[in-house]
Design a protein around this ligand. Structure first.
Ligand SMILES: O=C1O[C@H](COP(=O)(O)O)[C@@H](O)[C@H](O)[C@H]1O
Length: 232
């Protein structure tokens, strides 16, 4: 419903300030409830932020990290979001955190979604922090324009959990948390970088169908304010 823009001079400054904000949110969750949860995105954007966050003094043993979305590929695949998190976030002080992968080594992506939904039930109600990204096509999480399960994924009545998505722009079949799982995170961030993404955001903020630019569902209907972190 509400979006707040936080603009920074460069990616390094953004990474530091976003790490400050997430450190504060995870530490507050631990103080209030004894544990904390964070769902992070993959792609190319979050790498520097992950590296800065991994060195922050948080009681990481009480933090569970999972992914907003994942490709149906094992963790040694270069396109795996798990691999990105393994190499850039689950290191230094953050190596003590618990990680819940979405990918499961089973025969079908549907089976993997069912297993991942069960395994992540402990943390997603709601997340303390969810960091979303956005593609140039206006997708967020794996809510792709033209996606096989897009309407179900965006339906606020679809329960929390993970569903499958196939789309032309997605490459491999995907696993993604549903809109209902992400939209009420206590800290809901949209992390984007570059002038191109700023233009995509402006287009998404204009009138149009959610199915054409699924990020619109988050910008228009999330229960939590969307904190937009942007740098050129
Ligand atoms: O496919 C994906 O892309 C988006 C955006 O990635 P970026 O490379 O443009 O930063 C990402 O948020 C999502 O988690 C990922 O699976």
């Amino acid at each position: 419903m509400t979006a707040n823009m936080h603009a920074f001079a460069n990616g390094a400054e953004l990474a530091g300030k976003l790490a400050d904000k997430v450190t504060e949110a995870l530490s507050a969750a631990i103080a209030a409830r004894g544990s904390a949860s964070i769902a992070v995105s993959g792609g190319s954007t979050p790498k520097a932020f992950f590296q800065v966050l991994s060195s922050r003094s948080i009681d990481w043993g009480k933090v569970t990290i999972t992914l907003v979305d994942e490709r149906f590929v094992p963790a040694d695949n270069p396109r795996s979001n798990h691999l990105l998190v393994q190499e850039n976030l689950l290191r230094d002080k953050a190596a003590a955190a618990k990680f819940l992968p979405l990918y499961q080594a089973v025969a079908s992506v549907e089976e993997a979604a069912a297993i991942a939904t069960e395994k992540t039930k402990v943390v997603s109600q709601p997340f303390d922090v969810a960091i979303l990204g956005m593609g140039n096509d206006g997708h967020t999480a794996s809510f792709f324009p033209g996606g096989s399960n897009l309407l179900t994924a965006l339906d606020p009545k679809t329960p929390r959990g993970i569903i499958t998505m196939e789309a032309e722009g997605a490459g491999e079949p995907r696993l993604t948390f549903t809109f209902s799982s992400l939209q009420d995170a206590r800290l809901l961030v949209l992390h984007i970088e570059g002038e191109g993404k700023k233009d995509v955001l402006a287009k998404a903020e204009a009138p149009g169908e959610e199915t054409e630019m699924p990020i619109r569902a988050v910008l228009r209907r999330a229960a939590s304010p969307v904190e937009i972190y942007w740098a050129p």
